[in-house]
Design a protein around this ligand. Sequence first.
Ligand code: BMA
Length: 356
Amino acid sequence: MVSLIFQGCPRVPRNVDDDIPANRVLATKLASLADSGKVMYGHQDDLSYGHSWKVEDWENDDLERSDIKDVSGEYPSVIGFDLGGIELGNIENLDGVPFGLIRKATLKHIARGGAVTYSWHLRNPLTGGDSWDISSDQVVASVLEGGEKHEEFLAWLDRLAEFLNSLNGAPVIFRPWHENIGSWFWWGGNLCSADQYKALYRLTKERLEAKEVKNLLWCYSPNGPISAEDYLSRYPGDELVDILGTDIYEYVGQDGLEAAGERYVTQVRQMLSTLEAISKERGKLMCLSETGLEGLVDPTWWTERLYPAIKGFPITYVLTWRNAHDKPGHFYGPWKGFENEDDFKTFSEKEDIVML
Ligand code: BMA
């Protein structure tokens, strides 16, 4: 199917489409889109809840609501979901989103012509804490072959595989072990060696593939801004990664909003230049896998910060983080009634920004 977002891109011929795996078809389409100078806009947890609402009965809900659509009349072309909790066989993820809803929304969004990406804020297998539990620097070591949690971790990966296989081949962008140069997750820079990190990434991919998971494009997304050297220091390898991403947020510090906004644009542009060079050299796609300004305290953030930050780079998508329904200040996308609605609409109507 040639979907709406891929309109205008060279079409993958039908007979080829039928023969090559769905994830490779998605990769080809993403590459065509990037070549055409267009960037898909994405939003985390769209369709499952928004700033002041939440889907209550997902099985009987058409999942038509979206904060982004409420404001702009269009859906984000990319939606992100998080699989944290799937490893334990939970019904809901760490933010209370049912996995059944995630599956339904994923299939619906892909059928509509969009793309879906999954992150994974999984538990800490050694301490029993969460992703942010960095009390031990032995966690990665413990799940690798020979480690005390290896078998248990394989069972976690198998539960993940089961969920991914329930998508019946629908292709998604999977982005595990993200923000790994910083040290706030148990797989972070000071919590394991580069070799252990790479082994963790490889183990994840090989185990999923052994379980017949074939529908993924793999995204590597360290926190930015960092140098090319740091970016590549834990890069798992060309054979394991399809998309080079980075997560960069705007933070307002002592020097105020104006300085924060300028710093953000500079940092994103520097990082995307670095990624562009690496991705050209290695023949990879690239994206701004997570970004945002919490609470959108800048009324023209979309047109004067995000847009200038990404303008001209061949990124396939940019994704802003979630609009929590239960934490009033924790939102990164617009919502109906909030002051920067018009600014978002202007951004979404730019000819190089793709909505759905
Ligand atoms: C973080 C925050 C948390 C959330 C986590 C996973 O950045 O939004 O509240 O639990 O992502 O979605």
